[in-house]
Design a protein around this ligand. Structure first.
Ligand code: ADP
Ligand code: MG
Length: 712
């Protein structure tokens, strides 16, 4: 995470351990070789605590030889002078000196010119980057020295950051080649980090999980920190801003720390798994902020120390927390733990290098980069793993949703079926209601019709009855009178024929002859018989009408239905055509409890249909109408057979439907059979129909003799 602190951490325990040593053997010998000469371990250092002394006064001071492989000067306000005696045994005169410490604020290189006068070459982070001769974060100075010549060069160094002094001398080609290699390595590191940044940024945009945003800022800050330490940010991002170059070195580690805390908080769901750890995490952000504030207030050392101490606490916290969270069952925590451990190992190696327990080499020098690169990659895996988990959760919830949906669908289907059933039932009910309404209507119509017909017939019966009574009552006395008259005439005939009467009698005889008295006598008898017969028949019709007009009765009565059948036939007599033979076979049947008027209506409708069917035959060919009644087992059967046109299957199926008719307008209402059905039903009776198209129809009505009919 933060990288600087380890250096200074080292400083806390380690200041220059100084061993006085001989000078002569410390002279750097330049030879004809392309090898780099590492002078780090043979430099001499003088610390000017006043930070004010000029070179002239320094030259005579007692320099101390460092016994370190790489001198580590720590954080100090002092100015450090470095003295390097050099002898050129090669045949070249141009070398480069490389101070691989990009973070140094202030560095001056003193060397003697031809006139034995010290010249100064000034660099450092306090100057814009493009002041440098060589375009690299390392400080590289030209060393001009003739073959065979000996020279002493000085560096004057001051920095707010801790100072380590890896110094190398080599030919131009060697130094620049080394710089190139370093650039390639940094480029790889930079590339890895950038890939991770963009990769996770894209993931953030697609899944909008905040962890990714924290992670991206964390990696970005690490990258900035590491590259700042390498001096690349100064070289490339803000080459003209020494202030930014220094500020970044102080603030970036804290910002890395903050983003690391936020990332961990979000990644490990601390808020959910442990409120305590969550708040500790947030609390540990404060010292980082403090460090930044201290830096801004120019308390560099305090800023540095605050950041470093906090970094140590944080590194423990960040090691312990994922272990706890892992134990609470959050699996991605193990990746976090692994990543963090790798980084910490990198840091440890770095520290061990600073403590000189491990050698300063390209590996130890870059462990922090390597560690952070591996860490970020591992964390990337962790995030990916989290995606998997999320995906699984999502798939599971999707499966659940799907199941629920299916369940819903099933429910809906079931409900639909139920609904359809309900609708069907309702429709059926409605149909029933409709048909019963139609029936009722039909009944009303028929009742109305019958009521008026009843009234009419009753009226007719009454009107005819009187005159017919006259006729039939008068016939007998008239007959008797005529008999008397005839008796009288006889007496006249028996008068003896003498002279006094002979003429008169002769005249009478002549008249008798003339009017054919004998014939008249017979004819009179015939006429009277005819009148008698007519009167009797009229009386019968009247009786029939009267009987029929009982149809509006609503009282249940015990009647002989033969009478009803007869009177109905009587009424229909006129519609029976000549060629039609009517056979009436009424047997002995018990009385039947019924509404007689209603039953008459049944016979009326059945018989009129039968007669109509016969009349409808082609060529008026006539036919037979047989009406029989008989009884068996206290049931009464009325069978009406006709040899009419018969019914097709289709007509038969619709026979009892109200308003179903095959007859023309004015000829039929289609109500007859529906009324029949209704009445039969209300009498608890049965009706059976047999019919063959073109042959005829048989209709059988079966009535129960003693079973009370329900009124309708
Ligand atoms: P309508 O007589 O007014 O047509 P009905 O309900 O009495 O109405 O009869 C319905 C139909 O049944 C008739 O139109 C007729 O086609 C048929 N039908 C009824 N009785 C007979 C029968 N005895 N022979 C042939 N067809 C019949
Ligand atoms: Mg009819």
């Amino acid at each position: 995470m933060n990288s600087n602190y380890t250096k200074y951490y080292v400083l806390l325990t380690l200041i220059l351990i100084v061993i006085s040593s001989s000078f002569a053997s410390d002279t750097i010998i330049l030879r004809n070789s392309t090898r780099l000469i590492d002078v780090s371990s043979s430099i001499h250092i003088y610390e000017d605590a006043t930070a004010e002394l000029p070179l002239e006064l320094i030259i005579d001071k007692q320099f101390i030889r460092t016994n370190k492989k790489v001198a580590n000067l720590g954080i100090s306000k002092s100015v450090f002078w470095v003295k390097i005696p050099i002898k050129n045994m090669s045949n070249q005169n141009h070398f480069l000196i490389n101070l691989s410490v990009p973070t140094i604020d202030f560095i001056e290189f003193y060397y003697l010119d031809k006139n034995n006068k010290y010249l100064v070459n000034e660099m450092g982070e306090h100057l814009p980057f493009n002041n440098r001769i060589y375009d690299d974060p390392d400080y590289i100075f030209d060393l001009i020295i003739s073959p065979g010549e000996s020279k002493v060069v000085y560096f004057k160094i001051a920095s707010k950051e801790g100072i380590q002094l890896p110094i190398k001398i080599g030919t131009e080609g060697t130094i620049l080649g080394q710089i190139k290699n370093k650039g390639i390595l940094s480029g790889i590191y930079f590339g890895i980090m950038l890939v991770i940044i963009f990769y996770n940024l894209f993931i953030y945009f697609s899944i909008k999980d905040n962890s990714y945003l924290y992670y991206v800022s964390y990696v970005l800050l690490i990258l900035l920190t590491q590259t700042s330490l390498q001096g690349y940010t100064f070289q490339f991002l803000w080459p003209n801003s020494p202030v930014l170059a220094q500020t970044s070195l102080f603030t970036l580690p804290s910002l890395v720390g903050i983003s690391a805390m936020l990332f961990m908080n979000s990644f490990l769901h601390l808020k959910y798994f442990s409120k305590t750890l969550h708040f500790i995490g947030l609390g540990l952000i404060l010292p980082y902020l403090l460090s930044i504030v201290l830096f801004l207030l120019n308390y560099f050392k305090a800023s540095q120390v605050s950041m470093e101490i906090n970094a140590m606490i944080v590194s423990v916290y960040m090691l312990v927390t994922p272990i706890i969270i892992l134990r609470r069952g959050f699996k991605p925590a193990k990746f976090f733990l692994l990543a963090w451990s790798v980084f910490l190992i990198g840091v440890c190696i770095y520290v061990l290098k600073d403590l000189e327990i491990l050698p300063f080499n390209n590996f130890t020098r870059y462990t922090m980069q390597i560690g952070s690169a591996i860490e970020t990659v591992l964390l990337s895996f962790a995030l990916a793993d989290r995606i998997n988990i999320l995906k699984k959760e999502k798939e599971m919830s999707q499966a659940l949703t799907l199941e629920a949906l299916k369940e819903n669908e099933k429910l809906i289907t079931e409900q639909n079926i139920q609904l359809e059933k309900n609708v069907e039932e309702r429709t059926l009910e409605l149909k029933k209601t409709l048909s019963s309404l139609k029936d009722t209507q039909a009944q009303l119509v028929s009742a109305e019709k019958m009521a008026s017909l009843g009234q009419l017939t009753a009226g007719i019966a009454h009107e005819i009855n009187n005159p017919i009574n006259f006729v039939s009552a008068n016939i007998k006395p008239l007959k008797m009178d005529i008999d008397d008259v005839l008796e009288l005439v006889k007496k006249y005939e028996t008068i003896p024929k003498n002279d006094t009467t002979i003429n008169e009698l002769k005249k009478i005889d002549e008249f008798k002859q003339k009017i054919d008295f004998e014939y008249i006598k017979k004819e009179m008898q015939l006429l009277l018989n005819g009148i008698d017969d007519g009167a009797r028949r009229t009386a019968e019709i009247v009786y029939g009408l009267k009987n029929f007009s009982r149809l509006d009765e609503t009282e249940i009565k015990e009647v002989n239905i033969n009478e009803g059948i007869q009177s109905t036939l009587l009424l229909l007599n006129s519609s029976v055509q000549n060629h039609t033979e009517v056979i009436v076979n009424l047997g002995e049947i018990p009385l039947i409890e019924c509404l007689p008027g209603k039953l008459n209506q049944v016979f009326m409708n059945l018989l009129s249909n039968a007669i109509f069917a016969i009349n409808s035959k082609k060529n008026n060919s006539g036919g037979k109408l047989i009406i029989s009644s008989y009884s068996s087992n206290s049931q009464v059967f009325v069978l009406i057979e006709d040899t009419g046109i018969g019914m097709t299957e289709e007509v038969k199926n619709k026979l009892f439907e109200p308003f179903f008719t095959t007859k023309g307008v004015g000829e039929g209402t289609g109500l007859g059979m529906s009324i029949v059905f209704k009445i039969i039903e209300s009498h608890g009776a049965k009706i059976e129909v047999e019919s063959e198209h073109g042959v005829g129809t048989k209709i059988l009505v079966i009535l129960n003799a003693k079973i009370a009919a329900n009124r309708s």
